[in-house]
Design a protein around this ligand. Structure first.
Ligand code: TXA
Ligand code: MG
Length: 312
C-alpha cells in the first residue's frame, strides 16, 4: 500500500514540539501523541487529533527529576516509587503546585497532575531537548486500541501525522497509574508495572478507587476496543473467530496470533495490542482469547481485554 507516511527524527520532533505542534513518539509502553504541556493551544491539538473528551486528563512526561519540583507536591510515597521505578512504566498522580506551568486543560480542571519519566531512549532524548514537560496520551483515536508500532499510529490517526519510528514498544501496555493525592494509595489504572511490585516497595496494599468517583476519568470510558467482538476465557471456537493464544494454541480457529507460547506474561503484554490490531484487520466474526492468569501483568492484560470486550 503506497502512502505518504514517513518517520521524522527525534531532533525534528523536539523542534516541532517547541513550535506548538503535535508529534507521535515511541515510549517503552505505547506510542504517545505529544505536545508541549505548557502551551494550551498545543494541548488542544492533542484532544482534537484523538477525538478525546476534554474531561479526560493527560499525563505529563519529563526527562528528569529536576523538572518535577515546579510541577507537583511530592511526598514520601512518591519519592520511594520514583526511586524504585523511574524511569519506567509508572505514572504518579500528585497535587499540582501553585504556579505549575502545565496548562490546566492537561489536568482537565483537576487540582492534580499525572507525571511520568519514560525509560525509552528516544522519548528521553526528545524530552531532554524540549526542556519542558510534554503531555502525551496514547497515539490513537479515543476509545480504540493503543499503538505499539509507528504503523499502528498512522493507521489510527492518518499518514500525515509526524511519527518518530522507534520500532515496537518493549512493554506494550500503558503505564500503571497510581493516585497519591490523598491518604490512600490508589491503583487508578493497572498497567505495564505489576501492582504487586509497587505494593512490595510501599509495604502496603493498593486501594481501588471508589466506584463512580472521578478518580481517573479515563477509566470510565469505552477503551481499547477493536471493531470486532472480543470473547475471554475461550476453550473452543464459536463461529469464524481468530484466537489470541496463551500457551499451546487451541485447534479449530480461523486465524491465530500467539501472545506467548510459553505462558510468559511480559511477552503477552508486549504483543497484546499488535495481536488485537492484526486480528481486527482479518475477515472474522470475532476475537477469542485463551484464559490468562489474574496476577502480575496478567491483571493489566485482563483489564484491557475486559474493556475491549465491553467497549463496542
Ligand atoms: O504509558 C502511558 O501511560 C502512555 C504513554 C504515552 O506514556 N500514555 C497514556 O495516556 O496511556 P492516556 O491519556 O491514554 O491515559 C492516561 C490515564 C487516563 O486513564 C487518565 O484518566 C489518567 O491517566 N489521568 C491523567 N491525569 C490524571 C489525574 N490528574 N487524575 C487522575 N487520573 C489521571
Ligand atoms: Mg489511551
Amino acid at each position: 500500500m503506497a502512502d505518504a507516511a514517513t518517520s521524522i527524527t527525534p531532533d525534528e520532533a523536539a523542534r516541532l514540539l517547541a513550535q506548538g505542534e503535535v508529534v507521535a513518539i515511541p515510549t517503552e509502553t505505547v506510542y504517545g501523541l505529544a505536545a508541549d504541556a505548557t502551551n494550551p493551544a498545543a494541548v488542544a491539538k492533542i484532544f482534537a487529533a484523538k477525538g478525546r473528551p476534554s474531561f479526560n486528563p493527560l499525563i505529563s512526561h519529563v526527562a528528569d527529576f529536576s523538572q518535577l519540583h515546579e510541577l507537583v507536591e511530592t511526598d514520601e510515597r512518591a519519592r520511594l516509587l520514583a526511586a524504585a521505578f523511574w524511569p519506567g512504566p509508572l505514572t504518579l498522580v500528585l497535587p499540582r503546585k501553585p504556579g505549575c506551568p502545565v496548562a490546566e486543560t492537561v489536568s482537565a480542571g483537576l487540582p492534580s497532575l499525572a507525571i511520568r519519566l519514560p525509560a525509552h531512549p528516544i522519548a528521553h532524548a526528545i524530552l531532554a531537548q524540549l526542556g519542558r514537560p510534554a503531555a502525551a496520551p496514547s497515539a490513537n483515536r479515543s476509545g480504540h486500541v493503543s499503538p505499539t508500532t509507528a504503523r499502528h499510529v498512522w493507521d489510527s490517526l492518518g499518514t500525515t501525522m509526524p511519527v518518530v519510528d522507534g520500532g515496537a514498544c518493549p512493554v506494550g501496555l500503558e503505564s500503571t497509574v497510581i493516585g497519591l493525592t490523598g491518604p490512600d494509595t490508589l491503583l487508578l489504572r493497572p498497567g505495564g508495572l505489576a501492582a504487586e511490585k509497587i505494593e512490595a516497595v510501599l509495604g502496603q496494599k493498593l486501594k481501588l478507587p471508589m466506584d463512580g468517583k472521578l478518580e481517573s476519568p479515563g477509566m470510565l470510558l469505552k477503551h481499547y476496543a477493536p471493531s470486532r467482538p472480543v470473547r475471554l476465557d475461550a476453550t473452543a471456537a464459536q463461529g469464524r473467530e481468530g484466537l489470541l493464544s496463551f500457551g499451546p494454541a487451541l485447534p479449530g480457529f480461523a486465524a491465530y496470533y500467539v501472545l506467548s507460547e510459553t505462558c510468559d506474561l511480559a511477552e503477552a503484554a508486549q504483543k497484546l495490542y499488535a495481536g488485537l490490531h492484526q486480528l481486527d484487520r482479518e475477515d472474522l466474526d470475532g476475537i477469542a482469547v485463551m484464559p490468562i492468569p489474574e496476577q502480575g501483568l496478567g491483571s493489566a492484560i485482563l483489564d484491557r481485554l475486559r474493556r475491549a470486550a465491553r467497549g463496542r
